[in-house]
Design a binder for this molecule. Structure first.
Ligand code: PLP
Length: 488
């Protein structure tokens, strides 16, 4: 266990009076204790009352190496603090950002070779969309410059400025999927496909189109996987056509979609998405904020599903959340127009590539390699699935989906008809009963109704059979209790 947080104040009182929790109905804490987590080790957390929890959500799908490496990572952070506590990537480099960029380039698949660092997942998604927009303009400008150059005139900057209309090659639209979560800053939020978190902030950033996700559970049972894939790709193509392909900058999707409950891709899906992007000159961004760094039993979902993205967004697992760091990784092809003349990606963030955050991420990757964390997931993923599959015997569990250490159970009212719960039932079942009861029983996982109601299970990647058994033991009891309540 790491050392205790300093206790100079009444934490409960100060939390209620001063701390604003994210995505939280704060009124609920007028009469209830704020859960205060004070330490962690391995897959376990301890609260301020000394109670232990199995964290089957790895923080927020993010503490990939678990909570037990604080000492070692802390030393790397302290060493960096002593050497250079801060410098920027605005026009400068420093050793840790360089080393981390090279390390990320070496573990990401294909020619994803260039890394632009940011502070987290939302900023990564935001930056990917901005980069895609500027990439198309930069390419358009490059074409026009080449045309001027071959016309035999010696071009001046004034000639170029006249010849290059503002709109040269300009593309701005993004396509993402329904119910997908991609973050909360205005650009990333606009890409989200979750109505409830979009609506309070409309009008959002123009223009995002949403296509169907790969949720197969509510499709007709007689539909084959090929038919399902074909329908999804047809819809994507029609959406591109309707939007005007020359206006679409980027398609952004997670290799396995989290919100809605671990939607894995059907066979042929990613190959088809890649082909459509190539056909229409659109950049493909794999949002690997969750799926990156081992979660799906490979270093990246892009490797596992052979996605071949042009852009990849990373955060969470990059540092196992020991630091606030994310990034956009791009291919040599995407970088190319930015290596010409005065071209520049007009974007930057003070903390992007922060030396201490970079040192932490580097140490995290070193630990993941040394302790064979990704191999462990690949070796244990079948056992994990087999353990979770036992829960399919419960009357309330309709579906188990996911891969690696990234799973969801969909809860249903009727297994035969796959009938789901009403909004009111979700409110009483998920918020009113399941979440607090799991917590009471010492299990942290998420009950979520951003799509159909699911319980999401995504433990630290160091979890093993002991944790799998504990998860299904507690979840089994709580889900059975939930069923008895709902059918009483
Ligand atoms: C796929 C995906 N993209 C982006 C984000 C946003 O990341 P952050 O919360 O670090 O801003 C998340 C967060 O859960 C995510 O799951």
């Amino acid at each position: 266990m790491t050392t205790t947080a300093p206790v100079g104040i009444d934490l409960q009182k100060a939390a209620r009076e001063h701390l604003w929790l994210h995505f939280t109905r704060m009124a609920g804490y007028r009469d209830h204790e704020v859960p205060i987590i004070v330490r962690g080790d391995g897959c376990y957390l301890e609260d301020s009352n000394g109670k232990r929890y199995l964290d089957a959500l790895a923080g927020l799908f993010s503490v990939n190496i678990g909570y037990g490496y604080g000492e070692e990572i802390g030393e790397a952070a302290a060493a960096q603090m002593r050497e250079l506590p801060f410098y920027t990537n605005w026009g400068y480099a420093h050793p840790r950002a360089i080393e981390l960029a090279a390390e990320v380039a070496s573990i990401t698949p294909g020619d994803l070779n260039r890394v632009f660092f940011v502070s987290g997942g939302s900023e990564a998604v935001e930056s990917a969309w901005k980069l895609a927009r500027q990439y198309h303009t930069a390419r358009g400008e490059k074409r026009i410059r080449a045309a001027i150059a071959t016309s035999g005139q010696a071009p001046t900057r004034v000639d170029e400025a006249r010849a290059i209309p503002q709109s040269a090659g300009r593309r701005w639209k993004a396509i993402s999927r329904h119910i997908a979560y991609h973050g909360t800053t205005m650009g990333a939020l606009s890409i989200n496909g979750i109505p409830a978190i979009r609506e309070p902030f409309e009008p959002l950033v123009p223009e995002v189109l949403h296509v169907r996700n790969t949720n197969r559970y509510h499709r007709p049972v007689e539909e084959t996987e090929e038919q399902f894939t074909a329908q999804l790709l047809d819809e994507l193509e029609h959406t591109i056509e309707a939007a005007g392909p020359e206006t679409v900058a980027m398609v952004i999707m997670e290799p396995v979609q989290n919100a809605g409950g671990s939607f894995t891709p059907p066979a042929g899906y990613w190959r088809g998405v890649r082909e459509l992007c190539d056909r229409y000159g659109i950049l493909l961004c794999a949002d690997e904020v969750i799926t990156g760094f081992g979660r799906v039993g490979a270093w990246f979902g892009s490797e596992r599903y052979d996605i071949r993205p042009d852009l990849m967004t990373i955060a969470k697992g990059l540092s196992s959340s020991y630091a606030a760091i994310g990034g956009v990784v791009t291919t040599d092809r995407v970088m190319e127009p930015f290596m010409e003349g005065t071209s520049m990606y007009s974007h930057g963030i003070t903390f992007g590539g922060h030396p201490v955050q970079s040192a932490i991420a580097l140490k995290n990757i070193e630990i993941m390699k040394r302790d064979r964390i990704v191999e462990h997931v690949a070796e244990k993923q079948d056992d994990f699935r087999a353990a979770l599959a036992q829960l399919l015997d419960l009357p309330i569990v309709g579906d188990l989906r996911g891969t690696g250490f990234f799973y969801a159970l969909e809860l249903v009212k009727n297994k035969e008809t796959r009938e789901t719960f009403s909004d009111d039932e979700c409110e009483t079942l998920l918020r009113g009963f399941l979440s607090p009861r799991m917590f009471e029983r010492g299990l942290i996982c998420r009950s979520d109704d951003r799509g159909d109601p699911v319980v999401q299970i995504s433990p630290p990647l160091v979890a093993d059979q002991h944790e799998f058994d504990q998860i299904i033991g507690i979840l089994g009891d709580v889900l059975q209790e939930a069923w008895e309540r709902i059918s009483a």
